[in-house]
Each structure stands twice: as C-alpha cells, then as structure tokens.
Design a protein around this ligand. Structure first.
Ligand code: FES
Ligand SMILES: [Fe+2]
Length: 417
C-alpha cells in the first residue's frame, strides 16, 4: 500500500475487515474522498485518456477534455507532436480554450488577452509595457516562467494518454501485456470515427466504473442481451483481471451459447420474458474478428472503457463532476476499409449503445438507483462475493465480480485506504 497516500488519507475512514468483498457506500458520497481522489488518482499515479489521435490529424487541431477536475487541451503542435496542456490561463486562471474541439494557431485567453503558442509557451501579453509609459508588467517579469502547465503524454494505438506523474512507468508497462494485446486487437487497422456524444450520469463515477467491470449484471439487467442471445453467461467466455487489479477484460463467443440446463432455460429470469422485436435488422451482424469473440469489454484503470458488442466498437471515458454526477464521453468507430454495407450495419447496431441505447440505457439509470439509496450512509457497504473474495488474475467464469474487486484493489492501493 502507498505509504504517502496513507498518510494523506489517515483517519478518513477504515475499510471493512472483509476486504475486497465489501465496498463501503460512503465512497460514492463523501466529498473528502472525492478531493483525495483528485490528488492521489487523477493528479497522481495514473495514465488518463485525453482523446484519440485521429481527432487531431493536422498541426493546430485540438480537442479539450478533463482529467478528473482538471480541464486539459490535447493539441498537435507545429512539428506534428501531440501535447497536452492544462486548459487554464497562467494569468488569473480563466479557462483558456472554450471550444470542445477546433483548429488554432495559438490560444488567446479572452479575459486579458494573454496569448500562448501550441507548445504552451506564453507569447504575448496585452499592454505589457502599459500605455504611454504608465502601468504595464514589471521589467523583470519573465514570460518563460508563465507558460501553460504541460503534462507527460504517451500514445498507445489510437489512444492518447496523459499523466501529471513524472515517475509512472510507460503506458504499455503500466497496463501490462494482456491489456495491450486487447488494445492492439481493437486497433488492428486504421480506424474511422463514426460519431461521439456525451451523456450525463446522475451518479458517482465509480458506480459506472464498477458497472462495466461487472459481467454478471449484463444478461440480468439488460433484457435485450439475454432475450436475443447476444450475450449470455452460458457462452464460452472469461473475465481476466490485470496485474494491478484495476483493468480487466471480459469476453464471450456468441456461437458457443448453450443455454440448456441454465437459469436462462428454466424461465425464471426477468430478462427472458415477454420481449420481441419488430425490426430485426439490428440483429444483423458479421464476424468482426477471426478469434470468434463477439463481445469484448475492456476497462483501463481508472476511467477508460473499450467495447466490442458484435460490430459496435466504441471507446468511453468517464469524467467525474463532484460526488454524484459524471460525464460519460463516447467515441464510436469503425475502420477505414469498411464497406458501405458494413457501415450501415454498424450504424444500425449503434442503437444498442449510447444514452438511449437498447442496452446502455439501463446502465445510465442503475448508477443513480444505487446513488440515491446509499446517500448519507456511513456504516453499510456493498456485498461483492460473486465468484469469490479475491482477485484471481487467470481466466475466470463471467459469473463473477472479480473485475469489481480488482478495481477496488488498485483504488485502495493508490488511495492508501
Ligand atoms: S486570466 Fe487569462 S489573460 Fe487574464
Ligand atoms: Fe451494463
């Protein structure tokens, strides 16, 4: 456990004796914990997604986002290098770049017109020498000391990551070979962005982080998955947890489904009753990968998610906004060599995901169902025992909450709790 972090969070609260099999409800509600997360996770030892490189192909192209509570700008500079700056003017702290994305030759703060280059260096200050010899900046003011704060940046596949840490291992080593294997599978050829959107979730960011790592809920909460056989726990599949615990893979092969003799066949599940679909085009799919995997969900600690649900491919990022709200950003993609027919099928299948998606809409709701039932709770916690008590890393059944326990293992280690 991180000793420095422990000193910082000492006395905050005590984790239950049951260890990873319990999660105290107050972690979703306590502002003190949220403040510690800012320092110890988001401004600490984590790699954070700030965008995709294909969003900024030319020098001057930029996109803004946030790492925890810190706004950032991802920009391609004149030399073609991708840089990430804190999106905050070095003068009095105004948000510098107000647009979500665009193209710029430099960044001018609207408050008092301090101007920064794409490299983050302060280039000019309005009225630096005052007016007619009066006012202005002191003669010893050193422009070189007042550039934008720049973060360390690394790219893996099409994903651009940044960190405040100078000591964190490189991104590939940090996530480990199995996670890298899956990223290289997702990005095995040039991608084409189809679209993106942002969804506001009325819950703490960690409830969504848990939800995506929880392969056990998918065919129970999401009636669509089970009813149409897109994803059932009776398929060949597995959960794999990363070395540090916080990242995971969950995959399944639809062709291997055998529901006979399981709870799906006996008719007791809510998700298996009374549902039909009129327009079956949404179920029209083709084998996306040769490995037979039709469903792959990957998480990268703390806030990144990748998805293959048949032919819908997406990257998602969660950005916390206080204790009981977060923004979920989506990038939906295909490949440059998609045929028009494949693109049509991807668009049709995209109705599964997003804020109103036939599958995803329940995930947009369920976090708030937990949030409002646990608000103010100081003593009790969640029971996380499906599939055991620990975080076995090897292939495990998907009837498991191992991915959720893994998340908390890494979170606790970084938080010293
Ligand atoms: S706050 Fe940006 S120029 Fe003053
Ligand atoms: Fe879900």
């Amino acid at each position: 456990m991180n000793i420095a972090a422990r000193a910082e969070t000492e006395g905050m609260f005590r984790w239950p004796d049951e260890g990873l099999a319990r999660v105290p409800f107050r972690v979703y509600n306590d502002p003190e914990i949220a403040a510690a997360e800012e320092r110890l996770l988001f401004q600490g030892e984590t790699w954070n997604l700030v965008g995709l490189d294909v969003e900024i192909p030319q020098p001057g192209d930029y996109r803004t986002s946030a790492i925890g509570g810190t706004p950032v700008i991802m920009v391609r500079d004149q030399s073609g290098e991708i840089r990430v700056h804190v999106n905050r003017c070095a003068h009095r702290g105004s948000t510098l770049c107000l647009a979500r994305a665009g193209k710029a030759e430099n960044f001018t703060c609207i408050y008092h017109n301090w101007v920064y280059g794409l490299d983050g260096k302060l280039q000019s200050i309005a009225f630096k020498r005052g007016v007619r010899g009066q006012g202005g900046m002191p003669a010893d003011f050193d422009m070189a000391q007042h550039g934008l704060r720049e973060l360390r940046v690394e790219r893996i596949c099409n994903l651009v990551f940044a960190t405040f840490s100078q000591t964190l291992p490189p991104v590939r080593d940090w996530f480990g070979p199995r996670m890298v294997w899956s990223l290289e599978r997702f990005f095995h050829k040039p991608i084409r962005l189809i679209g993106g959107y942002t969804q506001v979730l009325p819950n703490n960011w960690k409830l969504y982080a848990e939800n995506v790592r929880d392969s056990y809920h998918a065919s129970l909460l999401h009636t669509f998955f089970a009813t149409f056989g897109l994803n059932r726990l009776s398929m060949d599949g597995a959960v794999e947890v990363s070395e540090r615990g916080g990242s995971h893979l969950s995959w399944a092969k639809m062709a291997t489904d055998d529901a006979a003799g399981t709870d799906y066949a006996t008719g007791g599940l809510r998700s298996m009753r009374d549902l039909a679909i009129e327009d079956r085009r949404i179920l029209k799919v083709w084998p996306e990968f040769e490995d037979g995997i039709t469903h792959m969900i990957q998480t990268l600690f703390p806030t990144v998610f990748l998805q293959q649900i048949q032919n819908t491919l997406a990257v998602r990022l969660i950005v916390p906004r206080g204790t009981d709200r977060c923004d979920l950003h989506w990038w939906v993609f295909g490949y440059e060599d998609d045929t028009p027919e494949q693109m049509r099928m991807r668009l049709m299948q995209s109705n599964l995901v997003g804020p109103a998606g036939l599958v995803s809409l329940e995930d947009g709701f369920i976090g708030n169902a937990v949030q409002r039932a646990t608000r103010g709770e100081q003593g009790h916690g969640a029971v996380v025992e499906m599939g055991g008590h620990g975080v076995e890393r090897d292939r495990q059944s998907r009837v498991s909450e191992a991915g959720v326990r893994g998340f908390w293992l890494q979170w606790r280690s970084l938080m010293g709790l």
